[in-house]
Design a protein around this ligand. Structure first.
Ligand SMILES: Cc1cc2nc3c(=O)[nH]c(=O)nc-3n(C[C@H](O)[C@H](O)[C@H](O)COP(=O)(O)O)c2cc1C
Length: 166
């Protein structure tokens, strides 16, 4: 619960690399996510090349923070592992969220950058990384040591809760 409530989107980072061990922890968290039929239809591309990060920042309309982020994780789906049609979107969402939550407990700041289902963004990333036809770029998680601090957001709304009927 601590990580869930502490997590906020962090878009400013210290000028400091993230240790490989911490990236590995994030990837372990990512692959611990639940998935439909336990198909685990995910792949991750670690981006720590400044030119690549800047290039995405200049093509994606809401990814300017990648110009500052030391590293990012491109979360991709492998459609050859799609056992139950369409459920991969939820699998990849759960995996992305696991990265965000594990990052909190490692003292890292992250933000989820949406790619899928925006066709333009998907096509740009497919082209940039020459992704095979079965691989769909789903999200990008910018990662770094936080240089901005945000309060916990209390979004609990009792009017959204229903018992047994609408
Ligand atoms: C599917 C999805 C796509 C998002 N895409 C972007 C994005 O492209 N750029 C960005 O800066 N933030 C993006 N966000 C982060 C949201 O803006 C953020 O989660 C929301 O404003 C709530 O703030 P919080 O994360 O600090 O709680 C995205 C979040 C989700 C779940």
């Amino acid at each position: 619960m601590d990580a869930i409530f502490k997590r906020r989107s962090i878009r400013k980072y210290e000028d400091r690399a993230v240790e490989k061990e911490k990236i590995d922890e994030l990837l372990h968290a990512a692959m611990a996510a639940p998935s439909a039929g336990n198909e685990q239809p995910w792949h991750y591309i670690i981006l720590d090349d400044r030119n690549i990060l800047n290039n995405i920042a200049s093509t994606h309309p809401h990814a300017a923070m990648l110009k500052e982020a030391p590293v990012a994780i491109l979360v991709c789906a492998d459609l050859t592992k799609e056992k139950y049609e369409g459920f991969w979107v939820q699998d990849l969402s759960a995996s992305t969220q696991n990265i965000l939550l594990e990052a909190v407990s490692l003292g890292l700041g992250t933000v989820w950058i949406g790619v899928y289902p925006n066709e333009t963004r998907v096509n740009e990333i497919v082209k940039m990384f020459s992704l095979p036809q079965n691989i769909i770029p789903f999200s990008i998680v910018a990662v770094g040591y936080p240089a901005e601090f945000k309060d916990e957001a209390d979004r609990y709304d009792a009017s959204r809760v229903h018992y047994n009927k609408w």
